[in-house]
Design a protein. Structure first.
Lengths: 395, 103, 166
């Protein structure tokens, strides 16, 4: 009896949708079901975005030894409402020499492309909007479309700094896109399918109490770290946020946007963060599966969103802690370390796959990856050795 | 008009537009854009025939289109590299001015 | 033919036409992106999902950005003085119209002979993978060599030569 209760709670959103849709005639039911699911996603993730803005500002504040916003509402929790009202009522300034049509379309293209990515994420057991055979390919195709929106925003503003920020952002995004794809290919190789539901189902198994998440394998850990680096760079988050760094380039490619359009860019960035974290937890952290076999009674969507929020917390933590990378440092890092290491990881994954079960493959693969890291990261990326600084003070 | 005929006509029109672009524009990059359109039209043709043909060999059309996409990307990269190199020498991308080997 | 097909075909053809007609090169590149998107939708309508998503990933995600970068690196974003059409544009248009006339005539003449199989061909990603590693492994490897050669070639061609101090 407890079992059916747990299962019903797990599937509660599916049951709710089916119940609501049953009021309609049979012909309209599939369409109505899809519309309801889409409306839920479109309402839920911007709501989560509002929550994350306050989470981020308070979190960054605490990391920087200050309290974040605390005026609006209890503990500043109504700050997103104030931000929302501000951005909706601000004057929409479009520069005279700007390309009006493209200037208008850029935030729209960005937000649409980012929203499309949510269609394939499995947010719980049976809770995917579209269960496609090549879901991962679809996700990366939508991710590739966001780069063009960034360029459109930067170029149409007719502003040197916007264009510079946009070019930097596009160069960074295309470099790290390759890394993102290659680190996911390792997961695809082991699972044998591009379908995200199959990838989660392959990780939803337990030996003893421990799950078969890919992050607990040597290649999965290396792949996850590379994926996390690439995800931070793809969404232009610190420490890779030179294109939009507030102290560097005014606001980069969204300098000339005000009011609602700026809010759309902000929304697009955070939604991209959510969807890439969702994909990362699907690929490496087991998606909606529970971390221990005795915790499977907790609903699957709670696990998915917990992993999502954990990833967001790590993003915020990195933003508050690490210094920003310079553009040439970040491109160097991408092409000279992350990409070769990811390709090597792919080969180690292949070795893992063909070595057969047993302790030997754990030892061999871990040793290979540790050696590769030692060589590629420590030896070849070493800088010149500087003498300790000497200071000369004015008399 | 069957779906196949409609797709083939769209592909033919796309090819003609690409050809017109490649033949009439002055800027070298627009010629490359025209070439990309022509390649895409051919891809559409392949996929349309693949979809509506009887299928003893189920994947040939799709495979051809995928390889064609990859080759077109490579060719665009090399072509645009050439245009950038020429611009560095002649400081123009106007094809009517690239006539050094004339006469 | 469903209205969706007409809309998507209009998007594709409109994008392509705009791409070859406009004066500002960057606008042409963005119209080209719209044409690519329309084509990807046409592929999806033809049940070729892998080709459709590969089209978006490669063409919109890479080729369009390449074109845009090339335009910006060759100062193509300034509006050109004089005409954007070459001296021989009329003959080019005539040639293109002739090509379309021949192709269109060929398609319409043979319309009754063309196949019209309604069953969707089986082409899931697993089959494509097996085919790529089985029957088409040689073209795949040659493509890998081609892409490597193209990458190296493009880098060398566009490389900044250091000026030798004479």
């Amino acid at each position: 009896m407890f079992d059916t209760l747990a299962r019903n709670f797990d599937q509660i959103f599916i049951l709710l949708r089916d119940w609501l849709v049953s009021f309609l005639p049979a012909g309209m039911r599939p369409v109505a079901g899809i519309v309801l699911s889409v409306a839920t996603i479109v309402a839920l993730f911007p709501g989560l975005f509002a929550l994350t803005t306050i989470f981020e500002r308070k979190g960054l504040g605490r990391i920087q030894n200050r309290i974040g916003p605390n005026r609006v509402g209890p503990f500043g929790l109504l700050q997103p409402v104030a931000d929302g009202i501000k951005s909706l009522t601000k004057e929409d300034i479009v520069p005279v020499s700007a390309n009006a049509a493209i200037h208008f379309l850029a935030p729209l293209v960005l937000v649409v492309a980012v929203f499309m990515g949510f269609a394939v994420l499995p947010m719980g057991r049976n809770m995917v909007l579209v269960d496609m055979d090549c879901a991962l390919l679809f996700y990366f195709a939508m991710g590739a479309s966001t780069e063009l929106a960034v360029f459109m925003a930067g170029w149409s503003s007719r502003n040197k700094y916007s264009l510079l920020g946009a070019m930097r952002a596009v160069a960074q995004m295309i470099s790290y896109e390759v890394v993102l794809l290659l680190s996911s290919v390792a997961v695809v190789m082991i699972t044998g399918s591009l379908s995200l539901t199959k990838i989660v189902a392959a990780q939803d198994q337990y030996t003893g109490i421990f799950p078969h998440w890919y992050i607990f394998t040597p290649w999965g850990l290396a792949g996850f770290v590379m994926y996390a680096i690439a995800a931070t760079a793809e969404t232009n988050r610190s420490p890779f946020d030179l294109p939009e760094g507030e102290s560097e380039l005014v606001a980069g490619y969204h300098t000339e946007y005000s009011g609602f359009k700026f809010a759309l860019f902000f929304l697009g960035e955070y939604l991209a963060m959510f969807s890439i974290s969702g994909l990362g937890s699907t690929l490496f952290l087991g998606g909606w599966s529970a971390p221990f076999s005795f915790l499977q009674w907790v609903p699957s969507w709670i696990w998915f969103f917990s992993k999502l929020m954990l990833s967001i917390f790590v993003f915020i933590w990195m933003r508050g802690t690490l210094p920003r990378l310079r553009q040439d440092q970040l491109m160097n890092f991408a092409w000279k370390f992350v990409l070769p290491f990811t390709i090597f990881n792919l080969m180690v994954t292949a070795l893992w796959r063909f070595m057969g079960e047993g302790w030997l493959r754990w030892v061999v693969c871990s040793a290979l990856l540790a050696a590769a890291y030692g060589i590629m990261a420590r030896v070849s990326m070493r800088r010149e050795h500087f003498e300790p600084r000497s200071y000369r003070y004015a008399e | 008009m069957t779906p196949l005929t409609a797709h083939l006509l769209v592909a033919a029109l796309l090819f003609a537009i690409g050809l017109a672009g490649a033949l009439t524009r002055r800027n070298a990059i627009l010629v490359l854009i025209g070439i990309e359109l022509m390649l895409n039209a051919a891809n559409l043709n392949f996929i349309a025939f693949w979809r509506y043909s009887p299928h003893p060999e189920a994947l040939t059309g799709m495979m051809f289109a995928i390889f064609s996409i990859a080759v077109a990307a490579a060719e665009a990269a090399v072509g645009l590299g050439l245009v950038i190199a020429i611009h560095r020498q002649l400081h123009t991308t106007d094809l009517d001015h690239m006539n050094r080997m004339k006469g | 033919m469903s209205p969706v097909f007409y809309l998507v075909a209009a998007l594709t053809l409109g994008g392509a036409l705009t791409a070859v007609v406009l004066k500002n090169t960057v606008h042409c590149a963005l119209a080209l992106t719209a044409a690519f998107a329309g084509l990807a939708l046409l592929f999806l309508g033809l049940d070729a999902q892998f080709a459709g998503f590969a089209q978006i990933l490669v063409y919109i995600g890479a080729v369009a950005i390449l074109v845009v970068f090339a335009i910006l690196l060759t100062r193509g974003s300034e509006t050109p003085q004089g005409s954007v059409y070459s001296r021989y544009s009329i003959s080019g248009l005539v040639a293109a119209a002739a090509v379309f006339a021949v192709l269109g005539w060929a398609v319409l003449q043979s319309a009754h002979m063309l196949p019209n199989e309604q069953a969707v061909p089986m082409a899931d990603v697993h089959d494509i993978g097996v085919a790529l590693m089985g029957r088409y492994v040689l073209p795949l490897e040659i493509l890998a060599v081609l892409l490597t050669a193209a990458t190296i070639g493009a880098v060398i061609v566009a490389l900044h030569e250091k000026e030798d101090a004479k």
